[in-house]
Write a protein that binds this ligand. Structure first.
Ligand SMILES: [Ca+2]
Ligand SMILES: [Ca+2]
Ligand SMILES: [Ca+2]
Length: 428
């Protein structure tokens, strides 16, 4: 963001050379930086924006640059992707409905859902670590401010109240702080505040600084700055600092301009974009700046990265005896403890169920439909779930109730890879 005053002042002093510099500056600043927050996990896919199919669209790729998949396909702008902490969803910005609004979609591009509906620009969104909330910037109150909303778009609440441009919010991995960029003190600088907007603290002071992105452990923030060209506004590089603003260190030493850094979920690497190969490409480097590698090598613009965690995927075997898989109606004595056995293709630990599951729900005995489950299951004894490495079998012991005699019921296992597995029972 750049103020009108600054534009006018720059134009007054413009020589032909300065006009070129300014045009570059405006080209950069006209596209506000993505808001980024890296949450801990195993490194998964990198989301990025490319113009390779005409307009800015969102893509994902593997961390070695392979397996590029296009996720958005509107004729308009889709940009600023940001992964949720569990890797299941991406929040992004699009003007497909007439002006800039915030949307979410699943990691495969499905169920693209609009969250904001405001005639002003709503942009650069990022998730809270638990996925329940989204921070974003909006010009709805006259100048850019940071807002927060629930992840379904409800409860939109303003957090900043200054005359400067407040943008690029990024939620700290521990959930307690929001970093953002503001020019309330001159050029854009990085600030942090509490998640209710209180306790605003400035972390950077020299020249332009933006693109703040928390390390997965919350101890550091990477960002871009033009301080090594003394605030020229055209050449940025990647820097890191401690989360309190101390220890500011240059990392990329980019010969051109490098912006919008994003930590990998395991904290060992940083992705960013650079123009060193004549147009924007996505790069990764080690967290100390070594090993810089071009991942995209495409003549189009490739930039605005967010590095997601690996989605958990289990290789569910189906249920083993004594439980038969659907559509069989398992006939059992009401009140019995039922050993529910299955394999996930190796030892996946004992934290395999989505919170609140397994559940069960009464069904009609001739029903073939799936239910979500209502009652949380009761387990028999203290060992509700066990894993036997010698047979690669998980056993979940489900305690049924005598009062269920004469009814039918569906057992619903939701695993924390997001998959449902069900079995039907008739109680004698
Ligand atoms: Ca809008
Ligand atoms: Ca403001
Ligand atoms: Ca490119």
């Amino acid at each position: 963001m750049i103020s009108q005053n600054r534009i006018q002042k720059n134009w007054k002093i413009a020589t032909a050379f300065r006009m070129l510099i300014l045009l570059s500056l405006l080209a950069f600043l006209a596209t506000p930086s993505i808001s980024l927050a890296a949450f801990p996990g195993t490194n998964g896919k990198i989301a990025f924006v490319s113009t390779r199919d005409g307009t800015e669209q969102i893509y994902t790729m593997n961390a070695d640059g392979s397996g590029v998949i296009q996720l958005t396909f509107t004729t308009t702008f889709n940009s600023y992707p940001e992964w949720s902490a569990d890797g299941a969803k991406i929040v992004f910005e699009s003007d497909r409905d007439g002006n800039h609004e915030i949307y979410t979609m699943y990691a495969d591009g499905s169920v693209q859902t609009r969250l904001t509906n405001n005639a002003a620009i709503d942009n650069v969104a990022a998730w809270s670590p638990d996925g329940s909330q989204i921070v974003f910037a909006s010009l709805r109150d006259g100048n850019s401010e940071v807002y927060v909303m629930n992840s379904n778009g409800s409860g939109q609440t303003r957090l900043t109240f200054d005359a400067g441009s407040d943008t690029q919010p990024a939620w700290s991995p521990d959930g307690t702080k929001i970093a953002f960029e503001s020019d309330q003190a001159g050029f854009g600088q990085i600030f942090v505040m509490n998640t209710d907007g209180s306790n605003v603290t400035q972390l950077t002071t020299s020249y332009r600084n933006g693109g703040a992105n928390w390390s997965p452990d919350g101890s550091k923030i990477v960002f871009h700055s033009d301080r090594d060209c003394n605030g020229c506004g055209t050449y940025f590089d990647i820097y890191s600092m401690n989360a309190d603003g101390t220890g500011q260190t240059r990392l990329a030493n980019d010969p051109t301009t490098a912006t919008l850094p994003a930590w990998s979920p395991d904290g060992t690497k940083i992705a960013f974009d650079s123009q060193r190969d004549s147009n924007y490409e996505v790069y990764i480097m080690n967290a100390d700046g070594s090993g810089q590698t071009n991942l995209t090598s495409n003549s189009a613009v490739d930039f605005r990265v967010s590095w997601g965690p690996q989605l958990i995927t289990y290789n569910f075997s189906g249920f083993f005896q004594p439980v038969d898989n659907v559509p069989t109606l398992n006939s059992v004595n009401a009140g019995r403890a039922i050993p529910v056995k299955f394999s996930l293709g190796g030892d996946q630990g004992l934290n395999i169920f989505e919170a609140g599951y397994p559940k069960s729900q009464q069904i009609a005995c001739d029903s073939t439909s799936n239910v979500d489950g209502i009652e949380v299951t009761v387990t028999a004894g203290s060992s509700s779930l066990s894993y036997d490495a010698s047979t690669d079998i998980y056993t979940y012991v489900w305690k049924t109730e005598k009062s269920w005699a004469g009814t039918c019921r569906q057992l619903v296992l939701k695993l924390n890879d997001g998959t449902f597995h069900r079995a039907n029972f008739k109680f004698k």
